[in-house]
Design a protein around this ligand. Structure first.
Ligand code: TYM
Length: 326
């Protein structure tokens, strides 16, 4: 069976972007493939958080993944730092990561431009750690949103370089993107990606938002002064709403245009908000239930750590041998 791997940072409640761009696919793929999904708490170390808050956030992210429908009996769900091989692999691969390539990563450039006072080495070598995550499990496909494309390309380059220098060791992974939803935009500034850390609360749908909040945010979504639900250049706000609607209903852009012909944006926004709220309701309910069962959650976290460690150690040892370490 093909191997699927992906991760998400525990830096707050997941957004609708995380869900439509990545996690929704993760759930779907678990029936057909061997899947590894993890909470990327080592990646989240690149930004300071209070230790207690960090610990809590990782646990909540783990619960959110299960609430989104990841089945820990079917997929291997774990917390990255519980598997030491990730940090070890990250270091080894950072030694095959060209400074020039790392310097060209747009995520690094964006983040360091935004917070020039807080650029640490971890932020810079982040892609090497991510390459390690993927290569440790010999993943075939990595289901992510469009913003991770460059990191995946980097991973393939590192893997190819390693294979060239030390002998055939790693499978070269490919990205796996949703048909619609690979890039969900801010509801307030539809040329920017929807993100967890947006200061404008109305810009982002969080997957634990209740129905009322979701509808309110969609009602105030920025659109344009035309009155036509059509997907085309210059209609960023409408394009984004159509993308979200398409990602949930599976309808094509033409079908959506036909459905809302002659109707106003108000109707359209309400319909999109309603299907989003419907989609997220079971997640919210599952999450509330999971957070009440501390023993279950603890047991699943421990189980994931043990199983993932076992698998990751195999590739780690092989990699070390190849490099002349073990
Ligand atoms: P992170 O935590 O930023 O995001 C998790 C996933 O959500 C996707 N995503 C989006 N998709 C569509 N529209 C959006 N607005 C949007 N925002 C986020 C991301 O593309 C991602 O798939 N570096 C990764 C975590 C990571 C990882 C890995 C992923 C660490 N190691 C190994 C894959 C494989 C990150 O920061 O994702």
């Amino acid at each position: 069976r093909k191997i699927i791997l992906s991760g998400i940072q525990p830096t707050g409640t997941f957004t609708l972007g995380n869900y439509l761009g990545a996690v929704k696919n993760w759930r779907r793929l678990q029936e057909e493939y061997d899947c590894y999904y993890f909470v990327a708490d080592l990646h989240a170390l690149t930004v300071y958080h209070e230790p207690a808050a960090r610990r809590k956030a990782s646990r909540e992210a783990f619960a959110l993944l299960l609430a989104c429908g990841l089945d820990p009996d079917e997929s291997l769900v774990f917390i990255q730092s519980h598997v030491p091989a990730h940090a070890q692999m990250g270091w080894m691969l950072s030694c095959l990561s060209p400074f020039g390539d790392l310097s060209r990563m747009t995520q690094f450039k964006d983040k360091s431009a935004k917070h020039p006072e807080d650029i640490n080495a971890g932020l810079f070598t982040y892609p090497a750690l991510m390459a390690g995550d993927i290569l440790l499990y010999q993943a075939d496909y990595v289901p992510v949103g469009a913003d991770q494309t460059q990191h995946l390309e980097f991973t393939r380059n590192v893997a190819a370089r390693f294979n060239h220098v030390y002998g055939e060791t790693f499978r070269l992974p490919e990205g796996y993107f949703p048909k619609a939803g690979a890039r969900v935009m801010s509801l307030q500034e539809p040329t920017a990606k929807m993100s967890k850390s947006d200061e404008n609360a109305k810009a982002t749908i969080y997957i634990l938002d209740d129905e009322k909040t979701i509808l309110k945010k969609f009602k105030s979504a920025v659109t344009d002064s035309e009155a036509e639900v059509a997907f085309r250049e210059g209609k960023d706000g409408i394009n984004n709403l159509m993308t979200i609607y398409a990602a949930i209903t599976g309808n094509s852009m033409e079908e959506i245009t036909a459905e809302f012909a002659g109707k106003g944006y108000g109707d359209f926004k309400t319909t999109v908000g309603t299907v989003v709220a419907e989609e997220l309701r079971p997640i919210r309910e599952n999450y509330a239930r999971l957070m009440e069962d501390k023993a279950y959650l603890d047991a699943e976290i421990a189980k994931g750590a043990e199983r993932a460690t076992h698998i990751a150690e195999k590739t780690l040892r092989k990699t070390m041998r190849r490099m002349g370490l073990a």
